[in-house]
Design a protein around this ligand. Structure first.
Ligand code: CP
Ligand code: NVA
Length: 297
């Protein structure tokens, strides 16, 4: 089974991944080296810090061999047809992680491989991040019955959060400018599992929420729209006044990298409510959990 969308795990699978991630965090030694002899290809078309390093470290912890595959040398789609690259890599790898501009490239590769393909971020979803985010919330409170407010761009991170949040039994509320709403199809999919509310302003989304989440206003690949986006998202900065509207115990979340003064103030990012570095750390444990789930030892 591949992991192109967090929905691919299903509610039970997601619950299992969260439990396993927490177990790996508590006791990494129990799983150390269990995937010895396996090969994990890691392909990146876009920059990355957390995903690159955490996936490499997770593979190393489990004894699998991480193999970086650079777009410049592999030339997927430029030097060679993706379908050919997929069939070649299938002969070498046990799993292939890919960070891509276009989600359709993941689907094309997956269609031509037996080995599972993992979405390390596409223009459509960021499912590995969403698993780490569920782990981070579960460390604070029970997921089921909690509410998660997402403020800002209805982007890849927002899509995966809506799906993961509802699968985990959370109410998800999105506050975004009307021109930057999440995809209606993804909203409908998430609504099959739970409640998703969409607001045109941040305040009603955040009211009483247990977690307040934001992401950059300009994602990788959208740099040409940066100025237009800066003005479209005016009023959507997560600041102390907005956090005051959330539940008194609410945490602040961000997948990082963050742009202080744009989607979040430095004050909120650095506040005791901020769990952004727990989220970043949990990328390691949750990627290890995903590898264990995808690769029979
Ligand atoms: N959050 C996240 O995916 O970070 P990177 O882009 O640094 O991998
Ligand atoms: N939405 C952001 C997430 C970065 C981790 C992007 O796609 O650039």
């Amino acid at each position: 089974m591949s992991f192109l969308s967090v929905a691919d795990a299903g509610p039970e699978g997601l619950g299992r991944l969260v439990e396993l991630s927490m177990d790996l965090k508590r006791d990494p030694d129990r799983h150390r080296g269990v995937l010895a002899g396996k090969s994990v290809g890691l392909f990146f078309e876009k920059p990355s810090l957390r995903t690159w390093v955490s996936s490499t470290a997770a593979a190393a912890l489990l004894g699998a061999h991480p193999i970086p595959i650079h777009q410049q040398s592999s030339g997927v789609g430029t030097r060679e047809e993706p379908a050919d690259v997929a069939r070649v890599l299938d002969g070498y790898l046990d799993v292939l992680g890919m960070r891509v501009f276009e989600h359709s490239l993941l689907e094309e590769m997956d269609a031509h491989m037996e080995a599972p393909v993992v979405n390390l971020l596409s223009d459509w979803e960021h499912p590995c991040q969403a698993v780490a985010d569920m782990v981070t919330i579960a460390e604070q409170r029970s997921l089921a019955g909690s509410s998660l407010a997402y403020v800002g761009d209805g982007n890849n991170v927002c899509h995966s959060l809506m799906l993961a949040g509802t699968m985990a039994g959370m109410e998800v509320r999105v506050g975004c400018p009307p021109g930057y709403r999440p995809d209606a199809g993804v909203v409908s999919r998430a609504r099959e599992w739970g409640t998703v509310l969409i607001f045109d302003h941040p305040a009603p989304a955040v009211e009483g929420a247990n977690a307040v989440y934001t992401d950059v206003w300009t994602s990788m690949g959208q740099e040409g729209e940066a100025a237009e986006r800066l003005s479209a998202f005016e009023g959507f900065t997560v600041d102390a006044a907005l956090m005051e509207r959330a539940h008194p115990d609410a945490v602040f979340m961000h997948c990082l990298p963050a742009y202080r003064g744009e989607e979040v103030t430095a004050e909120v990012l650095e506040s005791p409510r901020s769990v952004v570095f727990d989220q970043a750390e949990n990328r390691l444990h949750s990627f290890a959990a995903l590898l264990l789930d995808l690769l029979p030892a």
